[in-house]
Design a protein. Structure first.
Length: 244
């Protein structure tokens, strides 16, 4: 049986690693994108192989249109028989500061990494999904992009931008069997939240704890599956009940 292909951006750590493992369990050959951390990316690959599947590393900066085109674009061109049918736009960064103190560079880099990446990575893959009449695009956004969080003007804007783009693209590609959805985590235990003390949040999160990466990955896996065939343009919250 020929392999089915998936790409997870930021697959080296955190939520992206947990998603990669779930996709491997679903029988996908998982292409693990990362930016710097090759050691961790290789650990994800080893975990994928433990599931009896396979994968490969693909290093590029999702915030660089040039790298996306020269590395991912080149792979697509060189492998016309291997259509990536699941894309999880997961890589993301935060650089928090009050807006008045926020360096212009932190606005630019967060928007590039979190929002421009959606456009250029998806553009490289969506045409082949449409031709195949099957595709699953899942974008990892954030509660911050829905309610806005002080200190995250850049991050909230980037995630809200992806939500709007998701709803628009879903309407463009639905007739070709391609779905586009978002998963919006609240506080999840990863390197990104390592410095945040969960104690004060216990009272405001109804489930009284931070979530696990696997709890986000299971929702991504559902949206990537055939079971979610009539779900598109949607945002599913994975936040332990924290909305305010
Ligand atoms: P994380 O543990 O900090 O991991 C970030 C991942 O993104 C790493 O694999 C990293 O690669 C990759 N990455 C960062 N910048 C990149 C770039 N320019 N090009 C390619 N890869 C890049 O983060 P996480 O918590 O798993 O977050 C994953 C996603 O969930 C993000 O979009 C984040 O905004 C979102 N999210 C997280 C939380 C949370 O509480 N953790 C909540 C809401 C939303 P390297 O290993 O090479 O650095």
């Amino acid at each position: 049986m020929s392999m089915k292909y998936a790409l997870v951006t930021g697959g080296s750590r955190g939520i992206g690693r947990a998603v990669s493992i779930r996709l491997a369990q679903m029988g996908y050959y998982v292409i693990i994108n990362f930016q710097r951390n090759e050691v961790e990316a290789n650990k994800t690959l080893a975990l994928i192989r433990e599931q009896g599947s396979d994968g490969a590393l693909m290093k590029f900066d999702v915030g660089s249109k040039e790298e996306i085109q020269s590395i991912l674009g080149a792979w697509v061109e060189a492998n016309p028989d291997k259509v990536i049918e699941v894309l999880v736009n997961n890589a993301g960064i935060r650089k928090d500061n009050l807006m008045l103190m926020m360096p212009d560079a932190d606005w630019d880099s967060v928007l590039k990494t979190n929002l421009d990446s959606f456009f250029y990575v998806t553009k490289a893959l969506v045409q082949n999904m449409m031709a195949k009449r099957f595709g699953r695009i899942v974008n990892v956004v954030s509660l911050s992009g829905i309610k806005g969080l002080p200190g995250q003007v850049n991050y909230s804007a980037s995630k809200a931008g992806v939500i709007g783009a998701t709803k628009a693209l879903a309407q463009e590609v639905g007739r070709r069997g391609v779905t586009v959805n978002c998963v919006a985590p609240g506080f999840i235990k990863t390197d990104m939240t390592e410095a945040i003390d969960p104690t004060p949040y216990r009272n405001v999160i109804p489930m009284q704890r931070f979530g696990e990466a696997e709890e986000v990955a299971s929702v991504v896996a559902f949206l990537a599956s055939k079971d979610a065939s009539y779900v598109t343009g949607e945002v599913i919250h994975v936040n332990g009940g924290l909305y305010t």
